[in-house]
Write a protein that binds this ligand. Sequence first.
Ligand SMILES: NC(=O)c1ccc[n+]([C@@H]2O[C@H](COP(=O)([O-])OP(=O)(O)OC[C@H]3O[C@@H](n4cnc5c(N)ncnc54)[C@H](OP(=O)(O)O)[C@@H]3O)[C@@H](O)[C@H]2O)c1
Length: 182
Amino acid sequence: MDVADHASIDALAQKYVGTAMDVLINNAGVSVPRSANGEHRLKQTFGTLDYTAWDNIFQVNVKGLLKVSEAFVENVSASSDKTIVALSSTMGSIQEGALPVFLYGSSKAAGNWIISMLAKELKERGIITVSLCPGHVKTAMGGPIAPIEVDDSVAGMRKTIAGLTLDDTGSFKRFNGETVAW
Ligand SMILES: NC(=O)c1ccc[n+]([C@@H]2O[C@H](COP(=O)([O-])OP(=O)(O)OC[C@H]3O[C@@H](n4cnc5c(N)ncnc54)[C@H](OP(=O)(O)O)[C@@H]3O)[C@@H](O)[C@H]2O)c1
């Protein structure tokens, strides 16, 4: 599905009505292009902000996260593990965010707020809701300078997700299970 297109989310949800889903992972995410040497994100530092790009980032990273969670919550609720994960980033952490990437960072901060509210909303149904930072990973988004390999990040996230309990709901974790400050 295209998480920027709510009709496409609803169509997929319709197809899976009645199917239990143990772990719903909101992985889809966008930012803006990197500079040629891969070090800097263009158009999202103060003084060069591209507000049209921000709309697209919010459409995917924020509205997409909430809409997908809303569309599939009954599937998660009907499962054994009852877990909703949002791929977040320390760039959305108010305490740990170090880079002034205004567009992407603000979208991940908004996603974190959504996750913390969903945790409160869904806890009584036994649903675990967490934000999870994959680390700085060598993907198209992370770029070639990223220090963490995809396999290592994914293995860490799988282990962290498998160890989640309802006591973890509303938390923000790194791929290796450490707690990230909001
Ligand atoms: N890489 C990092 O260092 C890093 C660090 C912190 C957080 N994250 C987060 O981790 C998640 C995965 O990122 P990544 O590094 O794998 O990025 P990526 O290499 O750029 O891949 C982005 C993924 O999101 C999907 N996507 C984008 N827009 C979509 C849409 N409208 N509907 C459905 N799918 C869409 C893409 O699907 P297509 O391939 O079909 O376009 C692709 O699978 C993102 O939420 C990102 O913000 C990444």
